[in-house]
Every structure is written in C-alpha cells, then in structure tokens.
Design a protein around this ligand. Structure first.
Ligand SMILES: [Zn+2]
Length: 319
C-alpha cells in the first residue's frame, strides 16, 4: 500500500492474482447425464497440468454390437474409441483425427475415426471375431498412424511404432515423440457378451510450466485413486470428487466440455463414387455377370447393393 492507503497498479494485480489462484475449482454447468458421452477438460491455474476425462460407454456399446465383437476385441474397440476421443481433443479440437493401427496381432488392422462439429466416433476392427485363447495375442507390434485433418486442408499424418504392450502405451509414446508432450493415459473398459458396456478414460498432460515436483505429486495422487468407472455416477457424472483427488494440491478449473456419439459417414453416394473409381473392365464384368455389387461398411456394417442398371449407369459418359 502507498502511504495514503491507496493501492498501486502492481499491488492490485498481485491481489487479484492471489484471489484468483485461491478460489475453489469452478465447473462448467450443467454436467451431462451418464447417458451422454463426451469429455471435459480441466486446467490448473498456473498452467502446470491439463486433465481430460472421457466417457464413451454408449458409443462403445453401439460400436461393439455392430461389429459383432468377441469379448477380447470388444475390449480393444472400447479402449481405442476412448483413447482416440481423448487424443483428438488434445490435438485438434475443431476437426477430425483418424488413428490407424497396422499390427501383427490376431485382431488385424484397427481404425478409429473421431470428429468434432456433429461430434461422431466410429471404430473398425479387421477381425472382430478374433479370440486370444484361440487365435493368439490380439495385438502385436506394428505401426500407428495418426492423421489430423481440417475441412479444405490436406491431412497431416504422423507415424510411430505400435507397441505390443497396447493402445495406452503406444498413444503415450506417440504424444511424447510426435507432440513432445509428457502424457499419462488410462482407459477402463468393461465387457459383457461381446459388448463393451463401459468405456471411460483420462489423460493428464504436463505442460511446459510444470515442474518435476508437480509430476511427482500427480503420480502420488494417482496411486491412491479409485477406478474412474466407479467414480462416474448419476449424482456425479463428471466424477468431480475423483478429479479433486487426482489434482489434489493443485488449483484448477474445469474449462470446457465436448459431446460425442456413435456415428458413421458411409452412404450410397460414397459407395457409388468408390465403384466409379474401379477400372472400367471390372464394372463391365459385373454388368455381364448380372450380379449386383455388394459392399459392407467396415464401421457400421451397413450393406450396400448396387444393382446392374446402376452399374451400367457408371459406364455411361459423364462417369
Ligand atoms: Zn457405415
């Protein structure tokens, strides 16, 4: 204070900053009900840590039911859906992220596609019927490609190794090596009769402002933490109490929310466009045999049949 009791600009700034840092966590209200999938983001007030908490249970149920998964592949589909939802939100809040995993495991190639706007999420698995007990380990080493795209721009694709240890560790490696962000990712999936009934997860990222002591505190908090799945309840769908324990010792706020649901982007127009891209002889061959062309969407399993007259149409000028 100055001699006359008035507050200087610097004193005022310090006082306001201290008040802001000291207040309780603020929340973006209202929290959506458990039946609404999505994620929320939290940020510590001094910028040391970022937290994302996701629930993709309803979406994972729809994905795994459509793919007719085994219990084993349902777990993987739930993990990949939740991880892709979390990672998209850190990489590209406005647009689309696709994660493609080419690996030597018995489940074959995995693909997750998640986008903002109308907020959709879909997953495909090459061999959803695979079982570890019969077919061997579902996931093997390989390559993970992450593609980020925005309307009207070329996608940006980066590749990293896919590790046999699985989706969580491979994603953390990707975020560390491709994005230079130290991240901790956990996903929890429950499966019953080939359907992922619960799929939740969280991602904590250490921002450049964070110190080693901050990280150590976070790891200590994590050790004592209950599963996130048990913490998300009808009366606390955000798992606020759980998040308070995870970020115990930090001053922080919940800053944003996103919604997501299962959606597919396949359509008859896309199938026709794909057929139109085939060599002319192949289409002529299908017309000669008089058999409809049939294709099944790898994500939602919708079946598209293109009858001979439409195939003939693809051969006419203008195609
Ligand atoms: Zn589809």
């Amino acid at each position: 204070m100055a001699d006359d009791g008035s507050e200087s600009a610097i004193e005022r700034y310090k006082r306001l900053r201290a008040e802001r840092l000291a207040g309780p966590t603020t929340w973006v209200d209202p929290a959506p009900p458990l039946a609404q999938d999505g994620l929320w983001r939290g940020l510590t007030r001094e910028g040391e840590m970022r937290l994302l908490v996701a629930r993709a249970s309803v979406t994972a149920r729809a994905i795994t039911a459509r793919l007719a998964c085994s219990d084993d592949t349902a777990r993987i589909a739930g993990e990949l859906a939740t991880a892709a939802l979390l990672v998209r939100s850190t990489l590209n809040p406005e647009a689309q992220v696709q994660v493609s995993i080419l690996n030597t495991g018995s489940a074959g190639r995995l693909l997750a596609d998640v986008w903002a706007g109308e907020a959709g999420l879909r997953v495909s698995i090459a061999r959803p019927e695979a079982r570890a007990s019969k077919d061997g380990p579902l996931l093997g080493g390989g390559l993970m490609q992450v593609s980020r795209s925005r309307a009207g721009r070329e996608p940006y694709v980066s590749s990293t190794n896919f590790l046999e240890s699985g989706i969580e560790t491979s994603m953390m490696e990707y975020l560390l090596h491709s994005e230079q962000i130290l991240s901790l990712l956990r996903v929890e999936v429950a499966v019953q009769d080939g359907v992922a009934t619960d799929a939740v997860g969280f991602l904590v990222q250490a921002m450049p402002e964070g110190s080693r002591a901050d990280l150590e505190r976070l790891v200590r908090n994590l050790e004592a933490l209950d599963p996130l799945r048990d913490a998300m309840t009808e009366s606390d769908p955000d798992a606020r109490a759980w998040a308070g324990r995870l970020l115990d010792g930090f001053r922080w706020d919940q800053v944003a929310r996103e919604q997501v649901s299962f959606a597919c982007r396949c359509s008859r127009e896309r199938v026709l466009a794909l057929l139109a891209g085939l060599p002319r002889e192949d289409i002529e061959d299908m017309v000669r045999r008089g058999e409809p062309a049939e294709t099944t969407c790898e994500f939602c399993r919708a079946v598209y049949r293109v009858a001979t007259p439409d195939l003939t149409g693809l051969l006419s000028p203008g195609h």
